[in-house]
Design a protein around this ligand. Structure first.
Ligand code: NAD
Ligand code: UDP
Length: 311
């Protein structure tokens, strides 16, 4: 079995590559390092099951030989990144998805799209089930990511319906863990780095907004099951335990034993007020549920960042 993973040098892509290799795949990782890092793949360099291609997947993707699965994970994912890279984000979600689908079609391979809870926007339904169509501002700053992913889902379903491609769509909810970049800008990495360095934990807004944080190993297990046993309909994968951002800040302070203070800044435009996945579909169809709770996942992530910042 041979799989292509776009975005392989990113946080999630690098964990997925490992899982696929363990599952018996040979993997071709593709990345242009726009938000990823060579470090994330360094431990795989000597593995014969792994090849790497430096390439921007918004341009035609050429891979020699057979391919059984195409996993399209390339895209800036942190709000800080996609606000700095709006055009690249729109291109990789649209042109990149089209190219990755074209590759899957030409190889008669299964296609797997990394979509997001952001397709629900600032949701007016809580928790969010896959049947909810979302509440997205297409012309706001976050629209570049949300609409690219919504287009990517539509394109994936069109390839499924029109070309008969075997497809999967996962809607990923806030995931954290080792290999996030210290400067990635997402809340878990920001708070942990700030706590370790003794600077203020920067809460945007009053900290009452909520997120539901999933540990990376749980997410990757859900993705693998969806690829193997799922169908074409989108499936939420995330941890339904919901926390306010203020609760998260206090947990990080406790876990790190830090004396950092908390500071309150401006809430970004269109920042979703609440987010929690309804995971009934994942649990009934895939027998999946998360196993690592936030305290345990944070402990593992704090250890990773302590080592990374010491390097
Ligand atoms: P990341 O930024 O760590 O990884 C993304 C990778 O894609 C990077 O290595 C980057 O260099 C690469 N990339 C971006 N544009 C590219 C292009 N045009 N060509 C080739 N490579 C390109 O982010 P992540 O958290 O690992 O996210 C991976 C995927 O999962 C993304 O599609 C993201 O939208 C999705 N997702 C992640 C989360 C999360 O909580 N981590 C939540 C929802 C969705
Ligand atoms: N956030 C924060 N401080 C930070 C980074 C983020 O308060 O240093 C907030 C952000 O405004 C949002 C939540 O934390 O309400 C989650 O942000 P993140 O960037 O991790 O991902 P999002 O869920 O918004 O895509």
């Amino acid at each position: 079995m041979r799989a292509v993973v776009t975005g392989a040098a990113g946080f999630l892509g690098s964990h997925l590559v490992e899982k696929l290799i363990t599952g018996g795949f040979n993997v071709i990782g593709v990345d242009n390092f726009i938000t990823g890092s060579k470090k994330n793949l360094a431990h795989l360099e000597s593995r014969t099951e792994f090849e790497f291609l430096e390439h921007d997947v918004s341009n035609f993707i050429s891979i020699a030989g057979n391919v059984d699965g195409v996993f399209h994970f390339a895209s800036p994912a942190s709000p800080v990144d996609y606000l700095e890279l709006p055009i690249q984000t729109l291109k990789v979600g649209s042109l990149g998805t089209h190219n990755a689908l074209g590759l899957a079609k030409s190889k008669d391979a299964r296609f797997f799209l990394a979509s997001t809870s952001e397709v629900y926007g600032d949701p007016q339904v809580h928790p969010q089930a896959e049947t909810y169509w979302g509440h997205v501002n297409p012309i706001g700053p976050r629209g570049v990511y949300d609409e690219a992913k919504r287009f990517a889902e539509a394109m994936t379903m069109a390839y499924h319906r029109y070309h008969g491609i075997d497809t999967r769509i996962v809607r990923i909810f806030n995931t954290y863990g080792p290999r996030m970049r210290p400067g990635d800008g997402r809340v878990v990495s920001n708070f942990i780095v700030q706590a370790i360095e003794g600077s203020d934990l920067t809460i945007y807004g009053d900290g009452t907004q909520t997120r539901s944080f999933c540990y990376v190993d749980d997410l990757i297990e859900g993705i693998y099951r969806l690829y193997e046993h799922g169908g074409p309909e989108p499936v939420n994968i995330g941890n339904p335990n919901e926390f306010t951002v203020l609760e998260l800040a206090n947990l990080v302070l406790k876990q790190t034993g830090s004396n950092s203070k908390i500071s309150f800044g401006e809430l970004p435009v269109d920042d979703p007020k609440q987010r929690r996945p309804d995971i009934s579909v994942a649990s009934s169809r895939l027998g999946w549920k998360p196993t690592v709770e936030l305290e345990e996942g944070l402990a593992r992530t704090v250890e990773y960042f302590r080592n990374r910042l010491n390097e």
